[in-house]
Write a protein that binds this ligand. Structure first.
Ligand code: NAD
Length: 489
């Protein structure tokens, strides 16, 4: 059904995520005519009237450019508010009554989406109450949408999973990894499997290495309290970075169904070489930003930020070398790096192809550089292919670029990740959500690394300047193998 009908219940309705992402995304779906009958119940601690809540929703939409505001009143009129304490059973009964009322008023066919946009310590409790207090006793579909982080390590992820699985079977659980909603991340599959000029080369015979960078210019801002318990490895590598690796490395699925794609991704995680013990520091580099300059102004070190321990060993940067021990990828390193307070905000994938068997041009003017396929994920979206060609008078070869910019084509913004993911969830398409098997395997990979880092008494932090591309050791990680990070600026 391409125009779904449902009651959407958002837990954490006054939070940052709801305001910045969920309301504008739902509004876009609404104005594009992609929603049939629906209503939204916002749930949060604060007490608000429906009118106040609707005003907040309109305000959050109004602050976005390019949104046609003419349908805002109609949209907001479908929003209801319930002030709620997530541990209180009575409050869930009230919520159940409200849901039933809206269900019959809007004829929502008993379809329900429960979106948990709250601190993760409540995920399990809410899921249990939803079942125990009868909110899931409906005829239609029930889906639980869960934000990150899904646990803190494998053990806590298992505990959380057991809790939510008591109330929802795996096929009703939609674990968000918003990178999987990004246009160019979804494009990895299309680039690979719809182009006969790439897939035959997509292996260790023709690719020398793959580099994935996701850098931010922002520091930890006001999220110090959360970040101190997390760090870049848990916040970025366990989920987003490993998901991109899986999409780049997976075998072609036999068809494009959720199950087939997921099982190919899971096989990549199973082939990922375990890095543990004394190997950790030769495969992985951690960093923490010191002070420095961003856009000419001075910015403080991580350890000086609010809610951050002044001797904190939390990493704000990780670089790593991943090996996928299967026939296709044996010997090809996948380098990843991610960090805060870096020189540029950029998420990019660079696929570096091997050199020609013989370089006929190296003694002539200009030299041959390796072919690169660059996938720009954000902020620009597109693909660049780096080739060598003859240019002008001289007979040597010169690097040239073929570029495709996604935005340049129709001048319109591509849909926001959250817009796509919400729509997928409403339609029951779980392809771009993370299955438990992926969560478990990626945690066990990451846990081996955090274990070593946490047992080393002290990291020599800070070890990179704000506004740089990370610690020197991240450069050396590639130099050891005869490579270097292709610039992402
Ligand atoms: P937030 O702190 O801004 O909002 C939390 C919400 O939870 C508020 O609406 C608050 O009223 C509600 N709440 C807290 N305690 C409650 C209780 N006991 N009973 C009822 N309601 C309660 O958080 P956020 O930034 O919106 O993040 C929500 C979730 O989304 C988190 O899991 C976070 O990791 C994830 N996430 C957020 C972003 C983002 O951009 N903000 C991005 C990715 C993932």
């Amino acid at each position: 059904n391409n125009r779904p009908t449902a009651l959407i219940m958002i837990f954490g309705a006054t939070g940052d995520l709801a305001r910045r992402k969920l309301y504008p995304s739902l509004y876009r779906l609404f104005t594009k005519g992609k929603l049939d009958r629906f209503a939204v119940v916002g749930v949060a601690r604060r007490s608000l009237t429906n009118e106040e809540f609707q005003d907040n929703v309109k305000e959050s939409i109004g602050s976005h450019d390019h949104l046609d505001e003419s349908k805002m009143d109609e949209f907001a009129s479908k929003f209801y508010y319930h002030s709620h304490d997530v541990t209180d059973s009575e409050s869930y009964s009230v919520l159940k009554g409200l849901a039933a009322e809206l269900d019959s008023h809007y004829r929502l066919d008993g379809n329900r989406i429960f979106y948990l946009a709250m601190a993760p310590e409540f995920f399990g409790t809410i899921a249990e109450h939803l079942k125990k207090d009868g909110l899931t006793d409906v005829e239609g579909f029930k889906r639980l949408v869960i934000e990150k982080p899904f646990g803190h390590d494998l053990e806590s992820a298992k505990v959380l999973n057991r809790q939510i699985r008591k109330a929802f079977p795996e096929n009703e659980i939609y674990r968000i990894d918003h990178y999987l909603g990004k246009e160019m991340v979804q494009n990895i599959e299309v680039i690979r499997f719809a182009n006969s000029i790439f897939e035959p080369l997509w292996n260790n015979r023709f690719i020398s290495n793959i580099q994935i960078t996701s850098s931010e210019v922002l520091g930890v801002e006001e999220r110090g309290r959360y970040y101190e318990t997390s760090g870049a490895l848990r916040d970025m590598v366990q989920n987003h970075m490993l998901q991109m690796v899986a999409l780049l490395a997976m075998e072609p699925p036999i068809r494009l169904t959720t199950e087939e794609i997921r099982s190919e991704k899971v096989r990549v995680f199973r082939a990922l070489r375990t890095v543990e013990g004394s190997d950790v520091n030769s495969y992985f580099v951690r960093g923490q930003y010191g002070k420095g300059k961003i856009n000419e102004s001075d910015v403080p070190a991580y350890r000086e930020q609010e809610m951050v321990d002044e001797a904190s060993n939390t990493e704000t940067f990780v670089a790593g070398k991943l090996m996928i021990d299967n026939f296709r990828w044996a010997g090809v390193p996948f380098y990843i790096r991610t960090g805060k307070r870096m020189e540029v905000k950029s998420t990019k994938i660079v696929v570096e192809f091997k050199e020609m068997p013989m370089d006929l041009y190296n003694r002539q003017e200009g030299s041959v550089s390796p072919n690169l396929l660059v996938i720009h994920i954000q902020p620009e979206e597109g693909i660049t292919l780096h080739l060598n060609a003859k240019k002008g008078q001289h007979s040597g070869s010169t690097p040239v670029k073929l570029s495709y910019a996604n935005k340049g084509i129709d001048g319109l913004n591509t849909p926001e990740a959250y817009e796509k993911l919400l729509y997928d969830c409403l339609r029951g398409d779980a392809t771009n959500f993370t299955h438990w098997d992926e969560v478990a395997l990626s945690w066990s990979f990451v846990d081996n690394i955090s274990e070593v880092w946490e047992n080393e008494k002290e990291a020599s932090f800070p070890n990179y300047e704000s506004g740089s591309m990370g610690p020197d050791a991240a450069e050396q990680l590639l130099e050891k193998d005869g490579f270097f990070w292709w610039p992402v600026t």
